[in-house]
Design a protein around this ligand. Structure first.
Ligand code: DC
Length: 228
């Protein structure tokens, strides 16, 4: 059996992680661990229950009833398929809100570490994607990549995703959302998005001028080089 290992991919909003990481996992025949989905699912649970995503007390109360799982490409919240629902912008900002809470992060990190431990023990490659996968969740990950791009380019990409879903938004509003979520994710007290990723051992890839295909090729070349 080949040896399993972890590839951590972190970065700000719409840096391409969400397309690059699952494709990379498929190419390597590995498991795609989308950690943002877990925070988005908890935000959705709050929305469904009419709880504000900023209401720390209520969120800690419902935390024991939060159950989500991955199945193939599907994401399930309490057995309901929410794969498409959690792509909406209300769950994105809500996820950033619930991710500020210490108790929430502890629970999510434990689940993520449990999932990865079992898979790595089975000899699988885990591609973990989020904000803190290379710092808090898997500090000893074999590879750590930090994907980034200029804010206006990321906002443009996010707007295209929104339009692809048949929704409408103004570019300036999307840009404002991107910047405010980045600020909240980077400035929170617990396990923030790295401000000096290189200093924290990440390989930084600014893909402002790169296609997704080029980004994946760069990552695979780097992994192959280091593994040989
Ligand atoms: O990657 P994403 O856009 O789906 O993440 C949504 C939000 O969830 C993000 O703005 C912050 C939070 N998040 C987090 O706090 N930690 C992670 N490891 C992943 C996501």
């Amino acid at each position: 059996m080949s040896k399993g290992f972890i590839i951590a991919i972190d970065g700000p909003v719409a840096a391409g992680k969400g397309t690059v990481a699952p494709l990379l996992a498929k190419k390597l025949n590995g498991f795609y661990l989308y950690t943002g989905a877990m925070y988005r699912c908890l935000a959705l649970l709050c929305i469904e229950k009419g709880i504000s995503t900023k209401d720390k007390k209520q969120i800690i109360k419902i935390l024991p009833f939060f159950k989500m799982h991955f199945n193939g490409d599907g994401i399930f919240l309490n057995s309901k398929d929410v794969t498409e629902r959690i792509k909406k912008e209300d769950t994105a900002m809500g996820a950033s809100d619930v991710g500020l809470i210490k108790e929430v992060r502890e629970k999510m990190v434990n689940i993520q570490q449990d999932i990865a431990r079992d898979l790595v023990n089975e000899g699988k490659i885990v591609v973990a994607e989020g904000r803190d996968t290379g710092t808090k969740v898997f500090p000893n990950a074999e590879f750590k990549f930090f994907l980034t791009a200029q804010a206006r380019i990321r906002a443009r990409r996010r707007l295209l995703q929104i339009e692809d879903r048949g929704d409408k938004k103004e570019f300036d509003d999307v840009l404002r959302d991107v910047i405010s979520r980045d600020e909240q994710d980077s400035n929170r007290e617990i396990d923030p998005l790295a401000k000096d990723p290189q200093g924290l051992g990440y390989i930084v890839l600014d893909n402002s001028e790169m296609s997704e295909k080029e980004t994946i090729e760069k990552i695979i070349r780097r992994i192959k080089n280091d593994k040989n």
